[in-house]
Design a protein around this ligand. Structure first.
Ligand code: CDV
Length: 319
């Protein structure tokens, strides 16, 4: 029997610093309603979907940043998302800043079943940027200040989504650029990777320079390669447009296990893209070219886990 999944990626336009969670939640509820009307069984929202991308703002005293974090979910302000999911029978993925009761801070995402139960939680492992104010940068990227690296690994869970059970995994933004992260999900037979992102159009680390069109191409390349090499679908879902005066590049996509883009957002605003996914497509790669059990040679992969930075190779010189 064909296993199908109607997957919605809900790109969000900008959320300004001055806007409260009620604004973002209201927009997300509307997107969720539309997704449900169009037959979607799951809707994927971006990284840090409830607020502006606050790591661009420096706070000397971390406790003054507490208002950016969720201390419990659902809260009064986020409850409408849980209510809408229940009402429409749709699961959702939500990225948010998490502060735990014992004071840890993570860049987190959850997948929530329509019943309101959290099915899967992931805390971002690859944190880009820096931890101290950088006077040279025009825009700060202080993820290393505001978050600790995730402590949950890369979990995959099999759970009901719509009419079928699906193997679900989560990556968050910069994680999508790391093949190791995808492979750890692939080794657990992930079928759908939900990946929210906030990616600036300019590379502030390189004084703003990096060919504009390649910023989007690299994002797509990483997601398409991750799907192809691990035989899975993905929803790469952006926050887009000019947020606090700084542009995020959008271009959300849904990708199939062949690495093909099935749907792509074209606006820099709230936008829903939907794809009808045949989960059986995950089997082709898994049984042939990426049959891990048959073809992987782990004895040659030790550097991957034993070494972090690269080292220069030995030099060959003619005798
Ligand atoms: N939020 C992110 O993780 N953004 C990074 C940027 C800074 C390069 C990304 O990989 O898209």
């Amino acid at each position: 029997m064909t296993r199908r999944l109607v997957l919605a990626a809900a790109q969000l336009g900008p959320i300004q610093k001055a806007e409260g969670r009620d604004v973002a939640v209201g927009r997300m509820v509307r997107l969720m309603e539309t997704a449900a009307r169009r037959g979607a069984e799951v809707v994927v929202f971006p990284e840090l979907a409830l607020t502006t991308f606050f790591p661009r703002w420096y706070e000397e005293d971390l406790s003054r940043a507490d208002h950016w974090y969720e201390h419990a979910l659902p809260s009064n302000e986020t409850a409408p998302l849980w209510e809408a999911a229940k009402k429409h029978g749709i699961g959702f993925h939500l990225g948010y800043a998490e502060k735990t009761p014992d004071g840890h801070r993570y860049n987190t995402a959850v997948y929530v079943h329509p019943s309101g139960e959290t099915v899967l939680k992931y805390r971002k492992v690859h944190l880009p940027g820096h931890s101290e104010y950088d006077p040279v940068r025009k825009v700060q990227h202080l993820e290393k200040r505001y978050f600790e690296p995730g402590d949950l690994g890369f979990p995959v869970v099999r759970a009901p989504v719509g009419e079928n059970k699906v193997n679900l995994g989560i990556l968050i933004c910069n994680d999508r650029r790391w093949p190791e992260a995808w492979r750890v999900l692939g080794l657990q037979q992930v079928e759908l990777v939900m990946c929210g992102y906030n990616t600036p159009s300019l590379n502030a680390e390189n004084r703003g320079f990096e060919a504009h069109h390649l910023r989007v191409a690299h994002s797509h390349l990483a997601i398409q390669a991750g799907c192809y090499q691990n035989s899975c679908f993905a929803a790469g879902v952006a926050k887009a447009g000019t947020e606090d005066g700084h542009e995020l590049f959008g271009h959300s996509i849904i990708v199939n296990p062949q690495g093909e883009i099935m749907a792509q957002a074209t606006s820099w605003d709230d936008e829903l893209i939907i794809a009808d996914c045949d989960l059986g497509m995950c089997e082709l790669g898994r049984k042939t070219i990426f049959d891990f059990a048959r073809h992987r040679r782990v004895e040659h992969y030790t550097r991957i886990v034993e070494q972090t930075g690269s080292v220069a190779p030995p030099e060959w010189t003619p005798k």
